[in-house]
Ligand binder design. Sequence first.
Ligand SMILES: Cc1cc2nc3c(=O)[nH]c(=O)nc-3n(C[C@H](O)[C@H](O)[C@H](O)COP(=O)(O)O)c2cc1C
Length: 167
Amino acid sequence: MKKISIIYGSTTDNTREAAEKIAKQLSEFSPQLKDVSQCSADDFTTAECLILGTSTWGSGDLQDDWYEMLPQLKSVDLSDKIVALFGLGDAGSYSDTFVDGIGELYEFFTEKRCKIVGFIETDEYSFDASRAVIDGKFVGLPLDADNESNLTDERIINWVNIVKQSF
Ligand SMILES: Cc1cc2nc3c(=O)[nH]c(=O)nc-3n(C[C@H](O)[C@H](O)[C@H](O)COP(=O)(O)O)c2cc1C
């Protein structure tokens, strides 16, 4: 069975809670669940599949702890990794930079030659612009705990079912 690590950056715990729900849906894989602030590069290299989560802060920035981690991965070979991305954002107050953090992780891990899986149609979401939309699709799972927390569980279940098939 594939080794899965779920690694998240979270400031007010919304992304952490989503990561815990994702871990529960993948319990048959016994995934490792880690806060990125507690991680070293080894946490990224030991798993075959990585599920990476970030909230978006500032005006379209990654959650702070990711900015500490990414430079440590610059010279690490991750080209054999399958990566799925998720992110928390607020489409009401930050409609022009909705879940941009997912887009920033996508750019970084694409450059690392990882295989990114788990793209999502945009139809269900109401927002103006997002760096996470490429060729008309979100490059990971957007979640909005500020406005649509009632949809979170269903969105996670559906997405995990898609992602599992790529693992
Ligand atoms: C000051 C501030 C800036 C934010 N900027 C964005 C943003 O640019 N885009 C977005 O989608 N969400 C933005 N958000 C919303 C957060 O990403 C959202 O509340 C998220 O659930 C926080 O997750 P966390 O608790 O895991 O850090 C912002 C929130 C605050 C308070």
